[in-house]
Write a protein that binds this ligand. Structure first.
Ligand SMILES: *[C@@H]1O[C@H](CO)[C@@H](O)[C@H](O)[C@H]1NC(C)=O
Ligand SMILES: *[C@@H]1O[C@H](CO)[C@@H](O)[C@H](O)[C@H]1NC(C)=O
Ligand SMILES: *[C@@H]1O[C@H](CO)[C@@H](O)[C@H](O)[C@H]1NC(C)=O
Ligand SMILES: *[C@@H]1O[C@H](CO)[C@@H](O)[C@H](O)[C@H]1NC(C)=O
Ligand SMILES: *[C@@H]1O[C@H](CO)[C@@H](O)[C@H](O)[C@H]1NC(C)=O
Ligand SMILES: *[C@@H]1O[C@H](CO)[C@@H](O)[C@H](O)[C@H]1NC(C)=O
Length: 722
């Protein structure tokens, strides 16, 4: 099938007037292979020299898909790879390069040399579905005025191969009209282009538009290409010893350069020919719509229909690379490793500098490092907090830290203050006393709440609560100013804590970590005598009970007054400071403390004690003695027998009334409380009144001692109970 065209060309060559580059196409209809599954791929050679040979290509029997056989010729160094020649059935040849050279001297053909060589393979690209082979260059050279050398070449592709449309047919020539002709498979379609050179216009580098160079695109479905240069008319300007060329080569490979048509420049530049691309495909199978072509045996592979001719090629899924034609051929691409190995791929596999590249099956992730936000793969990792925010957060943090330190300093100061108070309030002295418990500020905090508040006196506020599993009353002094005689206070507290008497409220402990020490007392359920006598609920109280309260209160006071080493004065004896337990047993409270405060208040010339009970002598002299307590107790006795409240506001009328009644000997009968006024008890009441009046004597020396008062009241109690 070759011969006619070559003959035709040879004949034409005898009348050389025209360059014709013709692409002749041989029908590929006769390609037919038996479907044969590839087997035994392991153990197959996959390299020839430095050229990779992937399946479906292969060199040995069982190593290739039919039609994809290639041969490695080891007589070359390095070895060179060729399409296999066969065996082919009649009419079928392996991809072949045919070259013919004619030499003509003075119009007479003197020699013709014909060569059939397998096409050499320069590279195989599975993903592009192409084989880079190389074709010869057709030429028409005037060696001298009479000697002409013409070379024609034809490339035959067969089996799964077609001439790639990524080729372009180019003619460059020296003062010729030129024609490029190509024909489609089975139809003989021809196309031509002309080259014209004039002495005035020798063409431009890189431009292939008719001046010294012209080109024609290659159609689909070509499986044979031949390039003929036919000179149809002699041109006077032709340089001796120069050539015109025709070639089919990869588009973009050749860049027209004007010196190329002087002498044998082009031929010398490319002695082994020009790169020619051949498309291959699995031509004997269909790619189903789902893309699962039979030849694509690897997982993660799929088939795509080719555009040049029938059939498909196999591809690995996105993120996988390798040979989709063998099992497990498609391997996951480790994009992250690639990025490191080939920095130029960092544009293809982007991962922002703030991201951490992590390979995944079929892809990779690029999460941003902590502290950064965004996605390093699709965008950039940016600071989670931009600078202004950072500054803001920074300053806020700074302020917080500063605030924290200020707080620490304040806390330290507070602690020091508490320590100072502790020392100032006689803590070190009190700590030595085993009888009294020193409470921390925190211990009392839960008790000092408004719903625990039970009363308020001249001394301070009183709260009720549980401490160490017992009911206690916490007294929180409210007066302001410094307690000057701290040592004295501490001593008195110690003394009182050591005084355990049934008629004196027991001091359990105190808290010294505050400006004014807080005191913790036993809690007494019935409240104060003031409440009992004058409260809203008018508790019935018979004479015995009253006598008992009087006698025992006196006993408590007497006990304190009688202590030889330290006389402890009350200073504010009144019903409100006499508390009663469940059995109406009286207990004197605020013992000693009031006195202390009274001493303190003396300097301010204001009297802290209740004016209603205040000893007028003390008011005059400002000197608090045990007899001041006796006076006050006298008032308490009057309240006990009258159930009337002594009031300073009504000019002490209660005391005056009793004193007057007592003086006139008329009897104070009408002043006594009706509840206890029984004829048989009148004598008792008068005896009590006698004691009271003695206590109220303005001559301090005539007032009885507290012990005497207690004794006399006790005797009265006993005589009545006989
Ligand atoms: C093979 O080696 C030759 C030279 O040694 C080089 O020009 C060619 O590009 C190499 N081919 C491949 C596919 O590496
Ligand atoms: C290898 O190439 C040489 C030179 O072209 C040729 O003579 C020989 O037959 C080739 N060998 C094979 C096995 O094709
Ligand atoms: C042209 O070249 C041929 C071969 O080298 C030679 O035989 C012939 O004499 C040459 N003719 C001229 C006119 O130089
Ligand atoms: C084309 O480029 C070559 C060098 O590559 C230079 O020698 C020649 O003069 C250039 N031709 C034109 C027409 O610019
Ligand atoms: C071809 O050559 C021209 C001129 O020298 C140049 O501008 C152009 O980039 C070249 N093209 C290629 C593909 O090398
Ligand atoms: C490939 O082409 C065939 C025949 O034209 C068609 O039936 C099939 O759907 C195509 N496959 C794909 C994946 O496009």
């Amino acid at each position: 099938m070759l011969i006619p065209s070559w003959t035709e060309m040879s004949l034409r060559r005898r009348v050389p007037v025209l360059i014709i580059l013709s692409l002749m196409l041989a029908a590929g209809a006769s390609c037919s292979y038996e479907q044969e599954a590839p087997i035994g791929l392991p153990g197959c050679l996959d390299k020839c020299g430095n050229i990779s040979v992937p399946f479906p290509f292969g060199m040995n029997r069982g190593c290739f898909r039919l039609g994809f056989e290639v041969e490695c010729n080891h007589t070359f160094q390095p070895p060179r790879l060729f399409f296999a020649k066969g065996p082919w059935s009649p009419g079928n040849y392996g991809p072949t390069q045919e070259t013919r050279d004619w030499y003509t001297l003075a119009g007479q053909e003197i020699q013709e040399i014909e060569q059939f060589l397998p096409l050499e393979i320069l590279g195989i690209s599975l993903s592009e579905g192409l084989v880079r082979t190389h074709g010869d260059i057709s030429l028409d050279c005037s060696i001298n005025e009479t000697f002409i050398w013409v070379r024609g070449q034809q490339t035959y592709l067969s089996g799964p191969y077609l001439l790639s449309t990524r080729n372009v047919a180019t003619a460059i020539g020296w003062s010729f009209d030129a024609k490029l002709t190509q024909s489609l498979r089975g139809s003989g379609y021809m196309k031509s282009c002309s080259v014209r050179l004039e002495a005035s216009n020798m063409g431009r580098n890189g431009s292939c538009s008719g001046e010294g160079c012209c080109e024609v695109t290659v159609k689909e479905n070509l499986n044979s290409v031949s390039v003929f240069l036919v000179q149809t008319s002699p041109y006077p300007g032709i340089e001796p010893n120069s050539c015109s060329y025709g070639m089919v080569a990869e588009r973009g490979w050749y860049n027209f350069s004007t010196p190329d048509f002087h002498g044998f420049a082009l031929l010398h530049k490319y002695p082994r020919g020009v790169p020619l691309l051949a498309d291959f495909a699995i031509r004997d199978d269909l790619c189903p719509p789902q893309g699962q072509g039979h030849a694509c045996v690897s997982s993660n592979s799929f088939c795509v229909n080719v555009t040049n001719g029938p059939g498909y090629i196999c591809k690995c899924h996105h993120g996988y690379d390798g040979n989709p034609y063998i099992s497990n051929g498609c391997q996951d691409i480790d994009e992250c490793a690639l990025r490191i190995k080939h920095p130029e791929l960092q544009d293809i596999y982007p991962c922002s500098s703030g991201g951490i590249c992590k390979n995944t099956p079929g892809g990779y992730d690029c999460p941003c490092k902590s502290g950064l936000r965004g996605d390093g793969k699709s965008g950039t990792c940016t600071e989670k907090f931009p600078l202004p925010a950072k500054i803001a957060v920074g300053s806020i943090l700074g302020l917080l830290v500063a605030a924290f330190f200020v707080f620490l300093v304040l806390l330290q100061k507070e602690r020091r203050k508490m320590e100072d108070f502790f020392v100032k309030n006689g803590g070190p002295t009190l700590e030595k006393a085993k009888m009294i418990k020193i409470y921390k500020k925190e211990d009392l905090k839960p008790i000092l709440k408004s719903n625990n508040f039970i009363g308020k006196g001249g001394f301070g506020e009183v709260y009720k609560g549980f401490l160490d599993n017992q009911l206690v009353a916490v007294k929180k002094p409210i007066f302001s100013g410094n307690v000057t005689d701290v040592e004295q206070f501490a001593n008195e507290v110690i003394i009182q804590s050591q005084v355990i008497h049934k008629n004196i409220v027991r001091l359990i402990g105190c808290c010294l970590e505050v400006d004014i020490p807080m005191l913790v007392y036993e809690f007494l359920s019935k409240g104060s005598l003031d409440d009992i006598l004058h409260g809203s609920s008018q508790v019935p109280l018979d004479l015995n009970a009253r006598l008992n309260i009087a006698a025992e209160s006196a006993e408590g006071l007497a006990y304190m007054h009688s202590k030889t080493s330290n006389i402890i004065l009350h200073g504010d004896v009144k019903p409100a400071n006499i508390l009663l337990d469940d059995n109406f047993v009286p207990k004197i409270s605020d013992f000693g403390i009031s006195r202390l405060i009274a001493v303190e208040k003396q300097h301010t010339n204001s009297v802290i004690g209740d004016m209603s009970y205040m000893d007028p002598v003390y008011l005059q002299t400002g000197l608090l003695t045990d007899k001041s307590d006796v006076y006050c107790f006298g008032v308490v006795l009057l309240e006990l027998i009258s159930r009337k409240k002594a009031r300073h506001s009504d000019n002490n009328s209660l005391v005056k009334a009793f004193l007057d009644a007592h003086k006139t000997q008329k009897g104070a009968t009408e002043l006594f409380d009706k509840e206890i006024l029984e004829p048989k008890d009148l004598e008792f009441l008068n005896k009590i009144l006698d004691i009271a009046v003695e206590c109220l004597d303005l001559d301090v020396d005539k007032r009885p001692e507290m012990t005497e008062v207690a004794e006399r009241l006790l005797m009265l109690k006993r005589s009545r109970n006989k």
